[in-house]
Design a protein around this ligand. Sequence first.
Ligand SMILES: NC(=O)c1ccc[n+]([C@@H]2O[C@H](COP(=O)([O-])OP(=O)(O)OC[C@H]3O[C@@H](n4cnc5c(N)ncnc54)[C@H](OP(=O)(O)O)[C@@H]3O)[C@@H](O)[C@H]2O)c1
Length: 366
Amino acid sequence: MGRRVLWTFLRMHWEPKRAAYLSLGFLRYIFLLGFLTYIFSTVFSMAQLTWLVTGCSSGLGEALVRSIIARGDIAIATTRGAVCRVQHLAEIGARTYNLDVTAPQVEIDEVMDTILEENGEVDVLVNNAGYIEAGVAEESCYGSYIAQFETNFFGVVKTTQALLPHFRRKRSGTIVSMGSMCGLIGESGAAAYCSTKFALEGMHIQNHPHYEPCPTPSPSYYPTPAANTKFSALPGWHDSLRKDVAHLNIRTIIFEPGFFRTRIVHPDNVRFNSDPITDYDCVRGASQRLAKLVDGRQPGDPAKAAHVMVDVVRGEGVGCVQKGRTMPARLPIGRDAVEAMRRRCLEGLALCEEWGCVVGDTDFGG
Ligand SMILES: NC(=O)c1ccc[n+]([C@@H]2O[C@H](COP(=O)([O-])OP(=O)(O)OC[C@H]3O[C@@H](n4cnc5c(N)ncnc54)[C@H](OP(=O)(O)O)[C@@H]3O)[C@@H](O)[C@H]2O)c1
């Protein structure tokens, strides 16, 4: 009985041609949807990236490696000393190597060769390793400045130079360096440290809404800038690097963190290498008290900073390309760092307004 009813129903409603037409149309939509999803994901999301991070035993380096792995990317975590120092990162999937950024260039090149041989490719280099050499400007000896530059500045230069041939060969790559808010505004009692970060960073005014060039008697020498002109005041190493490698499709960015809760100002990590001068007792004392006060109480969370940095490099989340954001040349990280950059820019502009017309009138024939 049931079978007969079903058979009658099918005979009444089943039109093979129409059914075939409908299912073909349906398949066409499925195919189109799949194709569009593929195009969208290829264009708007980056493939898996391989990151190489220096100085991963603690702090921002460690947080970055965790964030990179959580994002599904590959992290090559380097540390000076034995690699067992970053065993905790190996356990979550990082590939670990020994790299002291103060080693001679030839040794750093060898480490890079090994890394490339064993991992095939690197897409992002993060120059993170750094420390603080404390000392008042006059008290800090030459050796103290040199030691600080060896790690925080020449360490970055050497590591970058070791990887650039690889980036040039493949015509792609991203170079990230860890600057500091202190490279923008300076800090008392850390002259050497601030100098290294300033050397990396420099100061950069880009399309500032308040910028108006001072009227000058020789307009040909100071042409009126186009609306999109970028002003590089006191450009540091990173700005020069950026311009040198842009045509090779190599991107650069320098992050300028404010105060983040890492081991950077821990008494075991800060090096003192200066001969005290009584006149500076108050300055030295104040900066030592500040370091003690700040240690362990910094407002910045390294994990959140790392998340933002990975977003910016990958063009995802807060750095999302679809939101119209492209990776900038530099980026302050943390409320305090944003404020420092704003203050530095406004101070510079105020200075130009107050003094520009006076000190600018110094050309021949004026
Ligand atoms: N935290 C902040 O508030 C802040 C603010 C602005 C900028 N930064 C910058 O962020 C970067 C990371 O600092 P952090 O705050 O994360 O401090 P951290 O916890 O002390 O980490 C610094 C890392 O750099 C490594 N390092 C030092 N000298 C090295 C060398 N010669 N070769 C290889 N690695 C070396 C340290 O390794 P060891 O364990 O072997 O010493 C450590 O892993 C630094 O460049 C720092 O200047 C930090």
